[in-house]
Structure formats: C-alpha cells, structure tokens
Design a protein around this ligand. Structure first.
Ligand SMILES: [Zn+2]
Length: 390
C-alpha cells in the first residue's frame, strides 16, 4: 500500500555535518531532513498549511487539534542534537494542518479519501521508512524513533507512549515482563538486545528509563521511576498509528521507539523553553544510548576520512524513472577513476567518471550511505552520499 504512489527513484546528496539537502514531498506539504544520527523523529501534528484544494476532514469523528509549536520544537531538537554531536537526526515534518491531513492515523481516517492528502500521507510514511533504513544501515540495530507530539492534558509532564494502555502500566512487573506484554511494546527489540539485560519494566520505569532520565533533568515524565503510571482516566496517550507502524512492535522492524507527547508549559511555550528542553533532550538521548546500547549517538557519523565536506563541488540528485546517472557538479572530473565504498570501507563498485561528469551506480545498489573516493590534484577526496529509492 505504501509504495502505490511512488514510482520515482531519486538520489540525494547528504552533506556531512552541515545539514543535508531537504527532500520535499509534493507541494512541500511533507519535508524530510535526512540526518546521520541513529535517531528518527517525525512531527505529524504541527503543520499550519490549509490549501483550499483539500477539504477539511469530516470522516470518522476526526480530531483536529494542532500540536502547537511542535515543528519549532522539532527544529530546535535537531539543532541541539547537532550542537552536542556534530550530526543531525533524521527529521520528518508534516506541514499540513491537521484539519486537512492527520499523519498519525491510518490512511482512510487520516486523509478521508482526498487524493492530495493521500499523496502526502504516503510521502510522510515513506520518508520515515527511508530514514529508518538509512539509520539502520549506518548504525546497525541501534536506532531510536520518536513520534513527537504535544498534549493538552492538565498535568504538565511528558507522556511517553510505548503502546501500553494506562491500566496496563499498573500491572505487576511479572505481567509486564511476560512475553505477552513485551509483544505489545514499541521497545520490544531493545528488551531483548539491551546491553545490561534489563527487563521490560526497567526500560519503562527503571533508573535509566527514558522517562526517568527526563525527570532527573527537570522534565517530569510518565512512565518513569518518579511517576510509574499515568493513572486511570488521565487521558494518557499510549502511542498511535506511527508508533505501531514504525517501531519493533511491527513485525520485522528493528527500530525501537516511543510516542512522545510534550506538555506545553515549560517545554513548547516559548523559544527559550524549547531551547532549554531541546538541550536536555539531546543529553538524555545520548545517555539513553550509552546506558542501553553502549554507544555514543554520534558514534558512526563522525567516521574519520569522511569529513571532506563539499564546499565548491557537489553531488546533485538526478531524478529518473530507472537507475540514472549521478551527476557531479562543480569541477570537471571526467576521466578520473573512482571507487564507491560502503561506510565500513568495503569497495562496492568502481569505474571512471564519464564525459558529462557523472557516474552510474549498478542496478543492484540498495538504499543507503556510500562514500565516493577519487583523486583530485593529487589529494584523495571523499564524498559521502546517500541513495534513497523505491
Ligand atoms: Zn499529536
């Protein structure tokens, strides 16, 4: 279903550490900012665009509330992660107002059948997919996904949704640690793969649970050690469509994740508070990776030899319906021998740069990050690029 609206293959150059080229969906309604951290963040409910060509949603009792300032919050989180690590997370934004498209519902409920909305809905999901695949290739199984929201509940605390309902979070540790309840969880891959062998409940509300780390840093969160369950009737958000589709809850997905519902006061309400929160967010995520996955979050994005940032010379995308040539702009390198390696240094293919300053990837190339090596004025040049296609 997801690929129905995708027939185009595109290449994008992802520059190193200076912010990648933004990929825009149709009409700019969806944006994907490719990154190089093992963190993928989607922001489905912060948009404000109201094109008249898309009618307001009326089907299936739609929720229309915008999650105020969550796009600004996402951008600040991106910026704070970059300040901490020198690398960017993958960010996916929906710029359409929720009254036009809900990117955290299934296709029918989210679009009410409008063709333009369906295109954007598919692009949003496809970009999350692409981002997760790129991050998995770059970082192995240590990738974390956050579906970022804002809630209007009166208790000012972060609500972390692991797909467990409020009453389930009150169950005994034995129950929550049973296979049945692990199988309901959006962090089930981490339960079986964390370095300390921490059980499910420890990851939900233990000393180094995500909520606990936020609470320790001045941002109350539920579930956490300090606040282990939200309380029946609290309208707690346990996680929605995106969390179910794009985490290890979905069979075969190796990415763990959570729906993060941010309270307004002190988190989203002003530039200063968004900045303060985002700086803590970056530190907390780094601590979370260290605690459970034994890695720095920028562990792979700063691989030495890749910091040849393009300044005058760029690799630009070539859009085609098949395997197309990848154009190099700037200086002419035609006739130069090149090697394309994967991020681990293994040669993937090699050849000669063509007369028109392009090279062509083999038909078997899969989505992911690659490094193009060639010699320029006696110096070895390394350019990193990524390929995303359908
Ligand atoms: Zn929301």
């Amino acid at each position: 279903m997801k690929s129905t609206y995708y027939f185009m293959m595109y290449f994008i150059f992802c520059s190193f550490s200076i912010g990648a080229q933004i990929v825009y969906g149709t009409n700019g309604y969806i944006e994907y900012h490719p990154g190089d951290l093992p963190i993928v963040i989607s922001v489905p409910h912060g948009g404000s665009l109201e094109p008249i060509s898309i009618p307001d949603r009326t089907c299936n009792s739609p929720v229309m509330v915008t999650d105020a300032n969550t796009i600004d919050l996402g951008k600040q989180i991106d910026s704070s992660l970059f300040s901490l690590t020198g690398c960017h997370p993958h960010m996916i934004y929906c710029n359409l107002k929720r009254s036009k498209l809900d990117c955290n519902r299934n296709e029918n409920d989210g679009t009410c059948g409008n063709a333009e909305a369906i295109t954007s809905w598919n692009e949003f999901q496809k970009y999350i997919d692409s981002a997760q695949n790129l991050a998995l290739q770059q970082h192995g199984e240590k990738v974390f996904y956050i579906d970022l929201h804002g809630h209007g509940n009166p208790i000012q605390r972060l609500e972390l949704g692991y797909l467990l309902f409020e009453e389930e979070l009150e169950f005994s540790d034995a129950t929550l640690n049973s296979t049945q309840y692990i199988n309901y969880s959006s962090i089930q891959h981490l339960v079986y793969n964390n370095i300390n062998g921490s059980p499910h409940t420890e990851l939900l509300k233990g000393n180094f649970a995500l909520g606990t780390l936020f609470a320790n840093n001045g941002y109350p969160a539920v579930p956490s050690l300090q606040d282990p369950f939200p309380g029946i009737g609290s309208n707690y958000f346990s996680g929605g469509y995106n969390t179910a589709q794009n985490t290890s809850y979905a069979i075969g997905n190796l990415v763990d994740g959570v729906q993060m519902e941010c309270n307004f006061i002190g988190v989203r309400d002003s530039y200063l508070n968004r900045k303060l929160f985002s700086d803590v967010f970056a530190t907390v995520l780094n601590g979370y990776f260290n605690s459970h996955m034994s890695t720095q979050i920028n562990d792979q994005c700063g691989v030495s030899g890749l910091n040849e940032i393009k300044t005058q010379n760029s690799l630009y995308p070539t859009i085609s319906n098949g395997i197309g040539p990848i154009m190099i702009s700037g200086n002419n390198f035609s006739g130069q021998q090149f090697i394309v390696k994967d991020l681990f240094g293994k040669t993937f293919f090699s050849g000669e740069i063509q007369q028109d300053n392009s090279f062509t990837a083999p038909a078997t190339i899969s989505n992911g990050w690659y490094v193009l090596n060639f010699t320029e004025n006696g110096n070895l040049r390394n350019y990193r690029f990524c390929i995303i296609r359908d």
